[in-house]
Design a protein around this ligand. Sequence first.
Ligand SMILES: [Zn+2]
Length: 330
Amino acid sequence: MRNCIVREAHRIVRSAACPLIGAGAAVLILLTQPFIAMAEVSPAPVLFPAAPAAPSALAPGISIRLTPTAPAAGDVMIVRLTTQAGASVSGQFAGRSIHFALDESVEQADGEAHYIGLLGLDGLFPAGVYTLTLQVVGLDGEAAQTLTPVRVRSRRAYLEHVRLSPALAGTLDPLVNQEEALAFAQLYAGFTPQKWWDRPLHWPARGKLVAVYGNRRAYNGVNLGTYHSGIDISAVRGTPVRAAAPGRVVAVREFVIRGLTVVIDHGRGVFTAYCHLSQSDVLEGQVVNAGDVIGQVGSTGRSQGPHVHFELAVGGVPVDPTYWMRVALP
Ligand SMILES: [Zn+2]
């Protein structure tokens, strides 16, 4: 692998060629401003930081816990709420809805219920202070609303310059990118309350991690304003690709950019996708366990060498999966 040094914005940064995406042509530039975007995900919705909200007094009997207290782009925001049993709970953050489910990991005391909601922050999520709005409607019909200010931190991102072979230049068509982004937004929008997993995500393939989540990419000098929506694991063609967690296969489909892809629904708005496969070994609707072989490593779609692009989506958007491969998502 060839390393070189480039000077950008009064900063000297190292750059490295990536074997998968145009050997000798990849240059990483540390951006002084957080983010833009990626390779496989569409431009994120424009979200404007709300004015900092004054923490409102919680209605009696309601408590809220947010983890992490100041999430970054690419993180999963975990909202835990304790209130009276039988209440209905809903929430919104930056224009998106948060789905809540009963948190079975906590013992439900008499008359009390613990709820949990997961919301992914995409890799382009602008830093700022936003308002978390939660509504609780008790069995008696009485409604309470709480407003909580949440600071979202920026995420360090690099710009990767990738030289694409002429055969793949068609994958840079903005329309193609928009269509694929829409297809995945629809796949990831599902929500079923049942949680299928109880362990950290299983590594999808034996191989080498060659690209992390969140970097922006310019292909042949074209920056589509997208970010790398997953991680890339380089492996020999034909290496088995395994389900990261139990779930139900919701898509086995050929995409222009992601190539042959398997998408699994793990419940609670959590999905994983396995892309650029040479073949799939599952059917839509099939239930799989963690570690089950679902396909083989290939190089279909916008890929220049055998690898699996692995995505984790939570609450509708791709997040950084690496932490959740060591720690079980709650
Ligand atoms: Zn990738």
